[in-house]
Design a protein around this ligand. Structure first.
Ligand SMILES: Nc1ncnc2c1ncn2[C@@H]1O[C@H](COP(=O)(O)OP(=O)(O)OP(=O)(O)O)[C@@H](O)[C@H]1O
Ligand SMILES: [Mg+2]
Length: 238
């Protein structure tokens, strides 16, 4: 059975795209047939990271009723990617509600379809949230981010979303943890009803890899980041 896994957060910049990219590639390396969908059609950050933002056709085309989904997937690091496009006009003509049918039609070719979403709660992430078999929330240890995560739980409950759990990203220990007044795992778990599935450390390799447009799991296979993404890939059981 194909699993549609949507990565979400109401707060921006917590690491959704970084996690979607590396989790997808890690699952691919574990032998899963993975499709990564860049549903952040405003910024197309995932497509940029993977060097696929100029591919034609792209998700903007599909969402405006043009093109064939089967011909809108591209190879990257052992998995398939459905990229979004670079242009403002492409974004403007996109109807985000079309995503559900497009992705449904791709189910039979994949074990897991991972959808990266924009932050917030708008028409641009409602469809990916509703169509998911598994929603994974992302938060950091920052109290504001944790409050947003709690809000996502409220939304999930009222909309009957399949929020399975949270990933705590950019985990810091020691001096910076104290200095930044961050919350530890027990404190975050105390605020949230859903389970914390994995912690991913703050790792300089992430920025380095992004600069070189290389996924961290490839660029730094022995980094703490890669290790924890592999643990996450094993835990989600797809
Ligand atoms: N574990 C990490 N360690 C260090 N830097 C990280 C880590 N995870 C993400 N980052 C950095 O944080 C920034 C935001 O990450 P990312 O773009 O993945 O977040 P996002 O939730 O997708 O943002 P948006 O909501 O804008 O789509 C990026 O510069 C990324 O390189
Ligand atoms: Mg993003």
């Amino acid at each position: 059975m194909t699993v549609i896994l949507t990565i979400a957060s109401l707060k921006g910049g917590v690491g959704k795209t970084t996690i979607a990219e590396n989790l997808g590639i890690a699952l691919g390396r574990m032998g899963r047939r993975v499709l990564l969908v860049d549903a952040d059609i405003t910024t197309s950050g995932l497509s940029t990271l993977l060097g696929l933002v100029d591919r034609q056709p792209n998700l903007h085309d599909l969402l405006s009723g043009k093109g064939d989904p089967a011909k809108t997937v591209y190879d990257a690091y052992g998995i398939k990617v459905m990229p979004s496009g670079p242009s403002l006009s492409g974004f403007v003509r996109s109807d985000p509600t079309k995503l559900s049918k497009i992705v449904d039609g791709m189910r039979s070719n994949f074990d897991v379809i991972i959808i990266d979403t924009p932050p917030g709660l708008t028409k641009y992430n409602l469809t990916p949230l509703r169509m998911a078999d598994v929603v994974l929330g992302v938060t950091t240890q920052d109290p504001i981010s944790v409050e947003s995560a709690a809000k996502l739980e409220e939304v999930a409950q009222s909309m009957n979303l399949k929020l399975t759990g949270f990933i705590v990203n950019r985990v810091r220990k020691g001096t910076m943890f104290k200095k930044l007044k961050l919350l530890n795992k027990a404190q975050i778990q105390g605020r949230l009803k859903s389970k914390i599935i994995a912690g991913i450390p703050e790792d300089e390799a992430v920025l380095e890899a992004a600069t070189f447009r290389r996924p961290i799991v490839f660029y730094k296979p022995k980094s703490k980041f890669t290790e924890s993404v592999r643990t996450l890939a094993n835990r989600i059981g797809v």
